[in-house]
Design a binder for this molecule. Structure first.
Ligand SMILES: C[S@@+](CC[C@H](N)C(=O)[O-])C[C@H]1O[C@@H](n2cnc3c(N)ncnc32)[C@H](O)[C@@H]1O
Length: 280
């Protein structure tokens, strides 16, 4: 059971501040929180991975095992499996999991997929050499049990990748303009480091690195559709949205486009299990 952790309580309180006004949520058909698998797959195939992937390869022994919690479409799982490691991907979103499985079809390694939430499923999966969670923690209010279960499931090391600030941080100007809604400041990566200190009892190693573009799209329509959903914009305000974000749309390599959002940077945190400590 998780011991009381003021830092974990602070994490939950800060995340609660991101709840959008009920009347705004009620005014739209689609939840702004949805994870569209196609957009995510499009982004994942274009995102460079200068830190977390290489670190995982360093931490894993030969033919090792990785559990990837909140694996999405397999941005990190697939290359690790292709390098000859066993990977268990935990992914509750059916569309994301299906996209991940599609990705395994054309590769030599394999990824087993469990369509369940963490930590509910933790007791049912065996230990792995390394446990990973990337870009998930800001979705997790009850962060203590989530991290504890991650720590218990790893025999060698735990790796957590996250944005330094909340992933919606770059949307604050748009929310202010469209809805007069002020998005909160925290929590941040420093708050998570404090939670890890209190809940796991370690100071994680840390590497900060420049943020990649947030989401990438194959067409302007796809981009507008996603941001209309994210920003709770109904069809009758669609032209207002286009005007607001139009100048921020930029073309990137190979014809894909993205929204130029203020960048907050990425961080990879990791800690090794005491009995097996070794330099990465
Ligand atoms: C932003 S995506 C990150 C995907 C991938 N890890 C990456 O970095 O590219 C977050 C994913 O976490 C999943 N997720 C959210 N809460 C979760 C939980 N409690 N247990 C497992 N997965 C979760 C979502 O379904 C979503 O696919």
């Amino acid at each position: 059971m998780t011991a009381a952790s003021p830092a974990a309580e602070g994490w939950a309180e800060s995340l609660a501040g991101w709840a959008l006004p009920a009347e705004l949520l009620a005014s739209v058909d689609q939840s702004p929180y949805a994870w569209p698998a196609r957009v995510f797959a499009c982004t994942a195939t274009r995102r460079s991975d200068p830190v977390t992937g290489p670190l995982l390869l360093q931490l894993l022994p030969e033919a090792g095992s990785l559990i990837d919690v909140g694996a999405g479409t397999g941005r990190l799982s697939l290359p690790i499996a292709a390098a000859g490691h066993r990977v268990l991907a935990v992914e509750p979103n059916a569309a994301m999991a299906a996209e991940l499985e599609r990705g395994t079809a054309s590769m030599t390694g394999s990824v087993a997929v469990v369509r369940r939430r963490w930590p509910e499923v933790a007791a049912a999966v065996g230990p792995h050499d390394v446990a990973l969670t990337a870009n998930v923690v800001y979705d997790v209010a009850d962060i203590g049990p989530f991290l504890e279960a991650l720590d218990r499931s790893a025999t060698l090391a735990v790796v957590v990748e996250l944005t330094q600030r909340h992933p919606w941080d770059g949307l604050r100007g748009y929310y202010r303009s469209l809805h007069d809604v002020e998005l909160p400041d925290g929590p941040t990566v420093d708050d998570l480091v404090a939670v890890i200190g209190e809940v796991i009892g370690v100071t994680p190693q840390r590497r900060d690195w420049p943020s990649p573009r947030s989401l990438t799209f194959e067409s302007r329509d796809a981009l507008l559709e996603l941001y209309a959903t994210r920003l709770c914009v109904r069809d009758d305000r669609r032209s207002e949205l286009e005007q607001l974000i139009g100048d921020d749309i930029e073309e990137i390599d190979d014809g894909a486009i993205a929204l130029r959002l203020p960048s907050g940077g990425m961080t990879t945190l990791w800690w090794e299990k005491p009995a097996n400590a070794r330099a990465p």
